[in-house]
Structures are given as C-alpha cells and as structure tokens.
Design a protein around this ligand. Structure first.
Ligand code: ATP
Ligand code: MG
Length: 486
C-alpha cells in the first residue's frame, strides 16, 4: 500500500532525536511537527489530526507511557510508536499491550524508523478502509469483533445489502451463522418485513412440505383449517433456511421450483400462490461433499450460493476474544441482574489460549458459567471457568516452559511420560503394595506441584485458586518436596 503524506507528531525533549526523526520523516515525504513536553503533545493531538505519534518515555513533565491512552483516544486515533532507552524497554513492551504500534530503542537506525513508519501507516490505512466500508453502510447489530477475518465477512454483508441475491452462510457450529443471517436481513430492502426462520433439522419429514408451503383445508387427516406456510409468511421479507443440509431430497426438488418461480401450490391445493422473499440459508455441513454423495441437489446448491459467506472459526479470530468477553460479561450480568464484573488478566489469557471448538457459542456459555459460579464476586478468575478450558491452559504453559528451557531435541520427558517411567521404577523390583502406593502418591504430588508452580508462575494466590488448596497447604507441600516458587 502506498502512503500519502501524513501528519506526524514527535514528542521528545532531546533535540538530537527530534532532528534525526524530522530528517527521516521528511525523506519519506511526511509532515513532522515537534513538541518537547507531554502537555504540549496532548494539546497538539487535540487540535491536529495526526496519523502517527512518536512518543518518548522520559519527558520533563511525566512519563509518555501514562499519556498513551489519551493520545490513542484523540479524534484521529493516531498510531503511537514509543521511543525508549534500555531501562524502559519493559514498560514499552507493556505499552504495546495497551495499543502502541511498536517501541524503538535508542539509538535507532534510519531503516528501523522508516520501516515502522511505513508499516504503521499501511496498517492504519487498511484499518480505515475496512472500517469505512462496513461502518458507512452497515448496521452490524450485535456482531462483535474487528479482526481482519471478521471485518472481511462484514464487508460481504454490506455487499449483500445492495442486492436481493440468495446468500449461503457456512461455518462451524457456533460461529454466528444465524446472527449474520439476521444482520443481512436488517440491512436489506426487506428489513421492514418478516425474518422467518425455518430450522430444517427439526422439521418432521412428513410435515416439511406443509410447514413450508402450507396446506388447504382437508389436505390430510387433521388439516381442519387452511394454513399458510412459512414461505408465505416470508413474502416481502427474508426466509432463513437454517441447517439447509438437513432438508430431505424430496423437498429439495420442490423447493428448487419455488426458488425458480417464486410460486408454489400448498399441500392439497391446485391454485398457485406467489411469495417474493429474500433467501438466506446456512449450514455447518459440507454441501459439496453431500452433492458428491447424492444427498444434496447440485442445482439447488448452485442457486443457494449466489453469494457465499464462509464464517471463520473463533480460533482464527483470537483478537476478537477480548471484545467478545467484555460484551458478553456485560450482557450476561445485566441479564442475571448482577452488577457488571471485571476479570483478572489471567482470565483473559486462559480464554485466548483455548481453541474453542464450539466457537463463540461455547465462549458465551463458558462466560455464563463463570459469572454464575460465584455471583457475589466482583471479579472473574480462571478457576470459575470449565475445567477442560483451564486444563488446556495449564498444559500449554507447561509445554511453553519446557520449549523455552529446552529448545532442541533434548526436551525433558512430558508429565505423562514421567508418570509412565515412574510406574516402571516403582514396580522394579516388586515391593509391598502399601509402600508402592505411598511412593507413587508422593511422586504424583511432586509432579503436580511442579506443574502448579509453572502455571501459576510461583504466585501462591493463583496456585491456591488453581489447586483448590489453601495457601498454607500449598506452601507446606512446596517445602516438603523442596520445590522453589520461581
Ligand atoms: N461475532 C459475534 N459477535 C457476537 N456474538 C456472536 C458472534 N458470533 C456468534 N455470536 C453469538 O454466539 C452464539 C451462537 O451464534 P449462532 O447461533 O448465530 O451460531 P451458528 O453458527 O448458527 O451455530 P450452529 O451451527 O450451532 O447453529 C449466539 O449467542 C450469537 O449471538
Ligand atoms: Mg445456527
């Protein structure tokens, strides 16, 4: 992406640094402005729309890091690059977590500065394109997230709004197919008419036709009155065929005709009825595979997917987990009549580390479980989450730790392997059972405590929470097995 001329602010009290930055920025054809203090910097970002700010850490009137969020929240939402000496590198790393683009250690090279300027401005330009194309045209309703993959799907929703084309939404379970279908409806010409959901998976096969197309009086035993079908109800609005992969083949054939002509005959009827609806369908099944296996009509698939939106899994959009978590904690607390709750940093770490096979639905359910596990607590901690999610976190932190300690092939044996080799040692030579039991228990306790210290990073509060033991008990066991907390 080509950068055009950008307004860039330099907040630094060191005249040499200012001079050299100005030189590099002018060489890149940008417009630098300099200030020497934090307060002048904060004034400047209020009055001028900067694209990028270079921010020194040690300034005469305070630390640049403390002003980071005010600068980022200025109207132009500039990117921020922190300039720092060795001693502040750790704080600067933290600043990246709070949204700084990068930090650059003094002394720096021309190449380093120019590369980061270019990258940050490219990033900003692509962020803006995505934002404007979805913001201007789209009511995104309750769809949360701003990861590139999600934003590209929102752009497709904005495209859908411009036409009446049939849309097929695919994606794993819980990725938001129904939510996207509703959002397409809300942004379409049909938005003031019905959004009719047909769950093809739960329709009894012998009733599918009459539920969809309706029936005339006396069409079958029990049809005492004439009944309109869902297709009629969707006239002027949107018909959402959820789980379309479950639609029986016989109905697929009939439905193809309805789609083709927008006309149909209710069960037992002779008169043709018209219905003009927008069709959106969804499935988590692979319809192409089903076509190959003769379970789905290829001509129907062809008609359904004039526009195809394939939703990403939550694992592919990990950047969105934080926003989803904040949104759903707020919504769920509201729903249950609780004050909004905060969460410990480790809570988010555990969520971000997990792969979410059930995608956003599983995340929402897990957050609800966490909220309900201690309604009185104003904060959420990892131990409120379902066990299998926490276990994954513990396992991966042990793996990370071992990888860091032993980057090559000489990795120590895993905990599972430790247990196997432990059982070999205990059994050779064969000893009295009681003695083996005591030895095994002690060894398992030791392995457990090592793992506990790794995942709690030696923090006794955290170790106590994870292990469900009192702090003093954890401490006692550490002493017993001579395990250090570091
Ligand atoms: N991007 C998102 N932002 C906010 N909520 C989301 C998002 N994606 C999914 N959800 C929420 O996750 C839950 C599951 O979404 P939805 O029912 O639309 O999934 P689905 O793909 O239709 O799942 P299934 O295939 O199991 O029917 C809902 O509560 C929905 O509101
Ligand atoms: Mg669904």
């Amino acid at each position: 992406m080509e950068n055009s001329t950008a307004d860039i602010l330099i907040i630094d009290d060191d005249p040499d640094i200012r001079q050299i930055l100005i030189k590099y920025l002018v060489e890149l054809n940008h417009l630098p402005m300099v200030v020497e203090t934090l307060s002048d910097g904060l004034d400047a970002v209020k009055s001028i729309d900067f694209a990028l700010v270079f921010l020194d850490v040690n300034l005469p009137d305070g630390s640049g890091l403390d002003a980071l969020s005010s600068i980022k929240n200025a109207a132009s939402e500039p990117e921020v690059i922190i300039i720092t000496g060795e001693g502040n590198a750790q704080g600067a790393e933290l600043a990246i977590d709070s949204g700084a683009w990068d930090y650059i250690l003094k002394p720096f090279s021309s190449h380093e500065i120019k590369l980061q300027v270019k990258r940050s401005l490219d990033f900003r330009a692509s962020k803006r394109t995505l934002k404007s194309s979805s913001k201007n045209f789209l009511n995104r309703s309750e769809i949360i997230g701003s990861s590139p993959k999600l934003m590209s799907r929102l752009n497709m929703v904005a495209q859908c709004a411009k036409s009446d084309a049939n849309v097929l939404i695919t994606g794993q379970t819980g990725t938001g197919k129904e939510l996207f279908a509703k959002t397409i409806h809300m942004n379409s010409r049909q938005k003031d008419d019905n959004f009719v959901v047909v769950d093809c998976a739960s329709l009894p096969e012998h009733l599918v036709e009459s539920v969809l197309l309706g029936h005339v009086k006396g069409a079958f035993t029990g049809a005492d009155l004439k009944q309109d079908g869902l297709v009629k109800k969707a006239d002027g609005g949107t018909l959402f065929l959820d789980e379309i992969g479950e639609l029986p083949l016989s109905i697929q054939t009939k439905f193809l005709r309805v789609l083709h002509e927008r006309k149909y005959k209710p069960v037992g009827g002779t008169e043709e009825i018209e219905s003009h609806f927008r069709l959106v369908s969804a499935t988590n099944r692979n319809l192409e595979e089903m076509v190959k296996e003769n379970q789905f009509r290829s001509d129907l698939l062809f008609r359904l997917r004039t526009i195809h939106i394939d939703l990403p899994s939550l694992k592919e959009c990990k950047e969105d987990i934080k926003d989803l978590t904040l949104h759903y904690i707020y919504t769920l607390c509201n729903h249950h009549g609780f004050e909004n709750k905060g969460f410990a940093p480790e809570f988010l770490q555990v969520l971000e580390n997990y792969d979410w096979p059930g995608n956003t639905r599983e995340l929402v359910n897990s957050l609800e479980k966490a909220i309900l596990s201690d309604p009185e607590s104003p904060m959420l901690y990892p131990n409120y989450l379902p066990n299998h999610i926490r276990i994954k976190y513990v396992q991966s932190s042990i793996d990370d730790h071992q990888n860091a300690l032993h980057p090559s092939n000489d990795r120590p044996i895993s905990n599972a392997n430790k247990l196997i080799s432990l059982s070999d040692n205990l059994l050779k030579p064969i000893k009295p059972l009681k003695q083996v039991k005591d030895l095994a228990l002690a060894e398992i306790e030791r392995i457990y405590l090592e793992a506990l210290m790794q995942s709690s990073k030696g923090d006794l509060d955290e170790a106590s929470r994870l292990s469900n033991m009192s702090k003093s008990r954890v401490y006692q066991l550490l002493k017993k097995y001579n395990i250090t907390r570091s």
